[in-house]
Design a protein around this ligand. Structure first.
Ligand SMILES: *Cc1c(COP(=O)(O)O)cnc(C)c1O
Length: 365
């Protein structure tokens, strides 16, 4: 197989080493003689896996004892509903900090279940995080929701906001396990696994225990964090294989040196791309403010701040010819997007930046 450099935003590249393990155990899991795909979710095999993965999450992120770790079907968007369903009952209202397409979607979903207060001014150009001093937080909010990393717009929080005692809820679908985190500053952290820690279908949810037992009566049981916690994430048949893959990815992160190493790599890899953009004399253009630039997803335009369709098409075509793939920007923003998740290697990024430099040399005026 040719050497493919996959910069997809999600489902995204997984480490080769994880594939080797998955291949070797596909039809005979842990010597059981059968595949995990045909194993009962009530078996000792699965119960052990369920506990082991929770422990890896707890160790990697240093999750305090008063937080539950849950695996819930329905991905990131399932939790857009679960968050208000589980939390908004306290006051009937919630704060949403909308900094891109994903938090916008989360806020829209929450409106079905209560009142939503938009903390920062509405915009259709997401290019940064408004200074916290300008935020209009509602002291009566049941929670404050942020998106830790906006996958489409490339806007990432580099700080933990001060919510004045109101529980902070963060969607970390695209930067989970990319850096260390003080979990105690959050009420809830959640994310779908398919960007940085596995494959689609499952959300990893970390919730502080005092926030349980508040779900709205209409909350479906399978989205109810309290019921899920009581059943140790085996209320119904969980997306077992997606959970297992997440476990194998998390173990790989541990072997790589943990979250410090992931953070160091993410800073280095993303800087390599941003540096080429900054040093291109305006040939490449990154729209996001420097202090909010994502280390996971790097959207950029070519030719001008609004892009140049012909050049961007040619860039993508030339990239594919070199096996640099899934670089097309999201349709909402256009242009190019390079994702530099944990599994993306320095070799991948080197291939990309050398192509970017060549392309600029050839086409810059
Ligand atoms: C991809 C993504 C989601 C949605 O995840 P699904 O599993 O497809 O529902 C939510 N939030 C963010 C930040 C994402 O990147």
């Amino acid at each position: 197989m040719p050497n493919i450099h996959n910069f997809g935003a999600g489902p995204a590249k997984l480490p080769e080493e994880v594939y080797e393990i998955l291949r070797s155990e596909l039809t005979n899991f842990n010597g059981s003689g059968i595949s995990l795909l045909e194993t009962s979710h009530r078996s000792a095999t699965y119960l052990k896996l369920n506990t082991d993965i929770q422990n890896v999450v707890r160790n990697l992120l240093n999750v305090p004892d008063n937080y539950k770790i849950l695996f819930i079907a329905g991905g990131g968007q399932g939790q857009f509903a679960a968050v208000p369903l589980n939390l908004i009952s306290r006051t009937g209202t919630a704060d949403y900090v909308v900094t891109g397409a994903w938090s916008e979607k989360a806020a829209k979903e929450a409106k079905k279940y209560g009142k939503v207060n938009l903390v920062v001014p509405e915009t259709d150009k997401y290019t940064g995080i408004p200074d916290q001093s300008s935020w209009k937080l509602d002291p009566n909010a049941s929670y404050v929701h942020i998106c830790g990393n906006e996958t489409i717009h490339g806007v990432e929080f580099d700080f933990i906001p001060d919510t004045k005692g109101v529980p902070l809820v963060a969607d970390m679908s695209s930067n989970f396990m990319s850096k260390k985190l003080d979990v105690s500053k959050f009420g809830v952290i959640y994310g779908g696994a398919q960007k940085n820690i596995g494959t689609s279908g499952v959300a990893l949810v970390i919730v502080r225990e005092d926030l349980l037992n508040k779900a709205l009566p209409i909350c479906p049981s399978i989205l109810d964090w309290t019921i899920t916690a009581k059943n140790d994430s085996i209320l119904n048949t969980p997306p077992m294989y997606a959970i297992h893959i997440m476990g194998r990815v998390l173990e790989w992160i541990v072997r790589q040196g943990g979250l410090d190493k992931m953070a160091e790599n993410a800073t280095k890899k993303s800087s390599m791309v941003y540096d080429v953009i900054e040093n291109s004399n305006g040939f490449y253009y990154a729209p996001v403010a420097k202090n909010s630039r994502s280390k996971m997803n790097i959207p950029f335009r070519i030719g001008s701040p609004d892009g140049n369709d012909a050049l961007e098409k040619e860039f993508l075509k030339g990239a594919e010819a070199l096996n640099l793939i899934q670089l097309k920007g999201h349709r909402a923003v256009g242009g190019i997007r390079a994702s530099t998740y944990n599994a993306v290697t320095f070799e991948d990024v080197n291939a990309l930046v050398s192509y970017m430099k060549d392309f600029a040399k050839k086409h810059a005026k």
